[in-house]
Design a protein around this ligand. Structure first.
Ligand code: OXD
Ligand code: MN
Length: 594
């Protein structure tokens, strides 16, 4: 076995202990060097884990295919393992640590025989920053190593940091047999440990991402008095060069990645706006010595959804994925490039689908439905440094100051295009009652409302009642709290057509939000919050039907009274643990609606 290049005894002992359990043939420490990465790519090509793409057209790009039942996060196999069940809360699957370790140990036992165990030291956030957290992932997957090298700061420099001592998140992963019946994604927040076994899908196995930076980090953040949130962070530069930053939480399929890197629409270009992307998925935010909220993106890459990404929805991402990108479960074209439903260009006449089968558009399955070439959750993993709009501040330990927090959801009828909360307490209520309607992309009844507070339902590593309490407490720790807004790009007319064009035109709404932060415009007070005077949204270059903006800003009291019934049901599941402030806000809204 290879010598361990660490002086951190805790790390050395833990690696040995895991090796005794998983019994790999070899141990390789990831140093972050280009030569080691090349060697791993070469081996992955030989083993078939990666397929090389057309290197002229897509330099440094590869394709990977997962097992067919391993294509998304498996929330029903994801557990928070705290000593007391109550600490996981009604929003999480719970298992006792003893039972979880026992079950998983049986699957990990000997799982790496005939394989190499890679040791990946990684830092979430700039290495050495007092706000960053270190993790070490042990894995038998080269795909995981190569993805972690894109998504995190990994290698030698992190090991040297660990030589100084200090704790790290113990992340153990094995593909094992890639058997869904032997798959478990386990979080042990009380001992800073993650065990993931039986999967090769990014969200389950790139342990720095959802597992560490959200579930484990949210638990730590509560203790240490900061925020770990499922949020994009973006800067909006105005013509005088001043950049203001906002953070936004949206459930999946609501366009977080597209918003984080939008290009100003034609009509607004005249104002000279420019967007700077800090992050598209995770924000770690803390109160700095100036009493304001500051955010960093702990990641260094995007793990984005491919279908629907094109030059209209996200021209910046189209540029970003042209090099050094790993595509997962997309169509392989005959020219060695890739394609997915809703991508640019013509639909290829033939290709190899995400399952590795010959594919032609229009092919029908046994039920007469068209067979998609790319999986609906096919992905690309790509470095943030490729992104033309990357913020020059991504590596700064302090991050960026946040002027506004935006909560967003997909509602056909209820929520106006944008509204502003009355104050921090009301804003927390707005976030806690966030909900989206199911789309055809999700299993379940179309149009059914799913509550997803702060877009954190699958990612909060502890009882959400305590999480809400933490949000209220954070408000008292800031000298100046960011304003809180709610947006909805998805309101429809009587025929079910979207009233708002979305995508780059969303900047028009962000402009109003910043104008409100800077007290530049008045707003209309309604029972749910402040909505814009339609004249204050810049419509230059926008083709909209007469009265559409008025309709987008409408608040229908009766609909909100109905909505409160669902809110009440949701709150009641937390019983006495729910912070009283949320019931106060509930009652206040109910009486304003009367
Ligand atoms: C993601 C998710 O992959 O939220 O970012 O599922
Ligand atoms: Mn996400």
């Amino acid at each position: 076995m290879a010598k361990s290049p660490t002086h951190n005894k805790k790390l050395k002992d833990w690696v040995q202990k895991c090796a005794r359990l998983c019994q790999p043939d070899d141990i390789v420490w990831i140093d972050g060097s280009a030569s080691q990465k090349e060697q791993l790519e070469k081996e992955a090509l030989e083993s078939g884990e990666l397929i090389q793409l057309n290197q002229e057209r897509l330099p440094g790009c590869f394709l990977h295919r997962t097992a067919i039942d391993d294509v998304a996060r498996t929330e029903h196999l994801t557990f928070i393992c705290t000593r007391k069940k109550k600490d996981a809360g009604p929003n999480n699957n719970w298992m006792s640590p003893a039972a979880a370790y026992r079950k998983a140990r049986a699957i990990f036992k000997g799982a790496m025989r005939g394989r190499t165990m890679y040791v990946i030291p990684f830092s979430m956030g700039p290495i050495g920053s007092e706000f960053s957290k270190i993790g070490v992932e042990l894995t038998d997957s080269r795909y995981v190593v190569l993805n972690m090298l894109i998504m995190t700061r990994a290698g030698e420099a992190v090991l040297r940091q660990l030589d100084k001592g200090g704790d790290f998140t113990h992340c153990l992963h094995s593909k094992a047999e890639l058997d869904i019946k032997k798959r478990l994604i386990l979080h042990f927040p009380e001992n800073n440990t993650i065990w993931s076994v039986g999967s090769g899908y990014g969200g389950n196995v790139l342990l720095g991402k959802k597992c560490l930076s959200l579930r484990i980090a949210s638990f730590i953040a509560k203790k240490e008095k900061w925020f770990a949130e499922h949020m994009l962070v973006m800067g909006i530069e105005s013509p005088n060069g001043h950049i203001e930053y906002i953070a936004g939480a949206f459930p999946s399929a609501c366009g977080k990645t597209n918003l984080a890197m939008l290009l100003p629409p034609e009509g607004l270009k005249r104002k000279g706006y420019r967007i700077w992307t800090v992050g598209d998925d995770i924000a770690w935010m803390r109160v700095d010595s100036d009493g304001q909220l500051w955010a960093v993106n702990p990641e260094t890459g995007f793990f984005g959804v491919a279908p629907g990404t094109n030059s209209h929805t996200n021209p910046t991402m189209v540029e970003t994925v042209k090099k050094n990108t790993i595509f997962t479960n997309v169509v392989l074209k005959t020219d060695g490039t890739v394609w997915w439903e809703g991508s640019d260009g013509e639909v290829p006449r033939e290709g190899i689908d995400w399952q590795g089968r010959p594919w032609k558009p229009g092919q029908l399955n046994s039920e007469g439905k068209a067979i998609a070439g790319a999986h609906p959750n096919s992905r690309f993993t790509t470095p943030i440094s490729n992104c033309p709009s990357v913020s020059y501040r991504i590596d700064q330990p302090h991050g960026v100051p946040i002027s506004a927090i935006i909560f967003g959801a997909r509602r056909q009828h209820l929520a106006p295009l944008v509204y502003e909360a009355f104050n921090w307490q009301h804003g927390v209520f707005v976030g806690a009652t966030m909900a989206s309607e199911r789309t055809a992309a999700q299993v379940g009844k179309l149009g059914e409302v799913r509550r997803d507070p702060m877009a954190m339902l699958p990612f909060c590593g502890y009882n959400m009642a305590d999480y809400f309490r933490h949000w209220f407490a954070m408000g008292t720790r800031m000298a100046k709290v960011p304003k809180i807004f709610h947006v909805n790009w998805f309101r429809t007319d009587a025929e079910g057509k979207f009233l708002w064009p979305g995508y780059c035109d969303n900047l028009r709404v962000l402009e109003w939000i910043l104008d409100r932060c800077n007290s530049k415009v008045y707003a209309v007070k309604t029972p749910i919050g402040y909505v814009p005077h339609p004249a204050d949204i810049d419509k230059k270059g926008l083709e909209m039907s007469e009265g559409a903006l008025e309709k987008l800003c409408e608040v229908n009291n009766q609909d909100w009274i109905e909505e409160l019934k669902g809110v009440k049901k949701f709150f009641q599941q937390f019983k006495k643990d729910l912070p009283k402030e949320l019931w106060e806000e509930y009652e206040a809204l109910a009486s304003r609606l009367k």
